[in-house]
Design a binder for this molecule. Structure first.
Ligand code: 6BB
Length: 625
């Protein structure tokens, strides 16, 4: 089914891999090359105040060409939609990778952190600040390399990186002290703070500053005090301390980070920054393109290198170049030939069937200015939390307690943060019989969070059990839900893409479902059931936008507890000598990722408990691990 006519013949859309407040991201195939891409789809009528974010992101991504920044291949605009065709990152979110492993080793953390440093040093060198660095905005590609996404909050101050910014934005748990008190700040300095929180999260598996109450969270951030778990090495402690300096002037700089001893340990070189923004010329790729475009390779290159273009030809060139670098053969489907027809002015068409089609940045340039707003609380777009009270007299949090001025709006909101990995699925048809219980590896992590130890152990043990399992799973053909969607049967999952799943030792999906329902009930979490899926939410009423600092500024001291998630009882195939194992697949639908993690841990731990002995409910010797 082609839902968007403009993509016909260019891209074949598949499943949704992510949803934001105003965008949906779909997995798709670039038809000319057969390569997978991610298509970010935005409905114009739903964009409203978020339109400048789209422009910001496109502007930035047209310039930023880096191995650890998600590549933008093509932009398409129709009367009703914007499309951004981007690099597909099959490994999903770094956040899920951390949760799956509980926490990462110093070696793995260092590998990832060097990649983040490299990307951030690069974007800073070009005058950009990201301003929303967090593991949910970092994806993994198929080779387990990191790619930064979501440049919708980035800034490129006119006066360069030394020019101050004023807009409070980003996620509260990653926000630097100067940002949350509403002072002017430098983009480079707040990025370094977020990277400190990020490195801590990689090495510890939880956040340095966390609290359900925004007020307490901010007080913790402003104090700059956090726990240092025993497993952190002296080097990583020193580095985290250097990044989490409450005084931004005392904070380590990106240049110093590149050659910090912890960052370079085991590597021969510091992190290097290459200021490249243009396309890389490859004659083999150009010859392949030339055959299909009926133009000389030189002419194809001339057209491609004209400007920062983002059309179908650019997408094809970049995807072929990537194939070439991976040592794969270069081929273009001849079916895509019509899409490379040349226009009289020398530009190649992107998708010529739709007359209104534009490379949308030209149109967006007429949209409202995206300049850093200064002290303009009523402009309806951003919220400035600067107060008139002298610094020395005011409580740093006071500005957040004041009610929002009329017209003040949140800078951004994101909902339905639905991330899932492409897991091959099918419905159980005739599953019967016992399952060999899996033996979880107990967690040896030191508990310093509020999460009950048992809860943490359960989920982490389950994750590790699953990691072991994953090695023996055979990839299976994906059987679409539509083909086998009996809600009375749990879904059967198999294949290497298994992610966000906890295994159990039960042989009865019904029993696991009942235990989960009971656990949710005991936690006071309202849930809806659809077959073997439970959709639960915490504090769904009044806390929609608490993810964002600006949103919090509008509703001071809101709770961070709001999140919506899905727990699905499923069967895991290919683990125990051909038998099926009962598992629980988790999915974050909305809200803060770390809150979601904590709630899931607690629910799974409760579900794993035996029912109380005096319970009249069904007892079953098969329990969750
Ligand atoms: C992108 C992506 C690229 O995703 C919800 C929002 C690229 C996403 C992906 C994935 C999971 C599995 C497989 C692939 C550019 N901008 C945004 C993008 C946004 C979503 C990320 C996950 N959380 N590949 N994938 F996310």
């Amino acid at each position: 089914m082609v839902r968007y006519a403009v993509l016909k013949g260019l891209y074949e859309l598949d499943k949704t891999i992510g949803c934001g407040g105003f965008a949906k991201v779909k997995l798709a195939t670039h038809i000319a090359t057969g390569e997978k891409v991610a298509v970010k789809i935005m409905e114009k009528s739903a964009l409203g105040d978020d339109l400048p974010r789209v422009k910001l992101e496109v502007d930035a991504l047209k310039t930023l060409v880096h191995q650890h920044i998600c590549r933008l291949y093509q932009t398409i605009e129709t009367e009703s939609h914007y499309f951004m065709v981007m690099e597909y990152c099959s490994g999903g979110e770094l956040f899920d990778h951390i949760v799956e492993k509980n926490r990462l080793s110093e070696t793995e953390s260092r590998k990832f952190f060097r990649q983040i440093v490299s990307a951030v040093a690069y974007l800073h060198s070009l005058g950009f600040a990201h301003r929303d660095l967090k593991p949910e905005n970092i994806l993994l590609d198929k080779d387990q390399n990191l790619k930064l996404i979501d440049f919708g909050l980035c800034a490129k101050p006119k006066g360069g990186m030394q020019a101050h910014l004023y807009t409070s934005c980003g996620s509260p748990t990653y926000a630097a002290p100067e940002l949350i008190v509403g002072k002017k700040y430098l983009g480079s300095e707040v990025d370094i703070w977020s990277m400190g929180v990020l490195l801590y999260a990689l090495l510890c598996g939880f956040l340095p500053f966390d609290d359900n109450s925004i007020e307490s969270l901010y007080r913790k951030i402003l104090s700059g005090k956090y726990d240092e778990p025993s497993w952190l090495s002296n080097g990583s402690r020193r580095l985290i301390r250097a990044m989490l300096q409450i005084d931004p002037k005392k904070r380590i700089t990106i240049e110093e980070l590149c050659s910090h001893p912890w960052v370079t340990a085991g590597f021969l070189t510091p992190v290097t920054v290459v200021k490249k923004t243009n396309l890389e010329r490859n004659d083999e790729v150009l010859n392949t393109m030339s055959a299909i475009c009926a133009e000389s390779a030189g002419d194809v290159w001339k057209a491609l290198s004209k400007s920062t273009r983002t059309d179908y030809t650019t997408a094809t060139y970049l995807l072929l170049l990537d194939r070439k670098l991976r040592g794969l053969s270069l081929r273009i489907s001849s079916a895509s030939r019509p899409h490379f027809r040349r226009q009289p002015d020398g530009e190649y068409l992107g998708a010529q069937m739709v007359p209104s089609l534009n490379n949308f940045i030209t149109q967006l340039d007429q949209s409202p200015s995206n300049k850093e707003p200064r002290k303009s609380p009523n402009n309806g777009k951003t919220y400035n939390v600067l107060s008139q009270t002298p610094e020395s007299e005011k409580d740093p949090l006071k500005s957040f307690m004041e009610p929002p001025a009329p017209g003040r709006k949140r800078l951004r909101s994101r909902e339905e943060d639905d991330s899932s990995s492409p897991v091959p699925v099918k419905r159980a048809g005739d599953h019967k019989g016992a399952v060999t219980p899996s033996t979880p590896v107990p967690s040896n992590s030191k508990e310093i969070q509020s999460t009950p130890g048992s809860a943490k152990k359960v989920i982490m043990g389950l994750e590790r059990g699953l990691n072991k399992m994953r090695c023996v799973l055979t990839p299976k053909r994906r059987i679409k839900n539509e083909e086998n969607n009996n809600p009375d049967q749990p879904i059967v999952l198999s294949g290497k893409g298994l992610c966000n799943i906890s295994s159990t030792s039960s042989d009865s999906p019904e029993y696991v479902l009942q235990q989960l329902r009971r656990a949710l009930q005991r936690k006071g979490i309202f849930c809806r059931q659809k077959g073997f899926t439970l959709i639960g939410g915490t504090e769904s009423d009044d806390t929609e936008n608490v993810k964002d600092v600006a949103a919090v500024a509008v509703r001071p001291f809101a709770s961070r507890k709001a999140c919506r998630f899905q727990l699905e009882v499923c069967l895991l195939e290919g683990v125990c000598d051909g038998k099926l194992l009962v598992g629980i697949r988790r999915k974050r639908l909305k809200g803060d990722a770390w809150v979601y993690k904590r709630v899931c841990e607690q629910v799974l731990a409760l579900a794993a408990e035996h029912p109380p002995s005096n319970s009249n409910e069904q007892t079953n010797s098969n329990c969750l691990i």
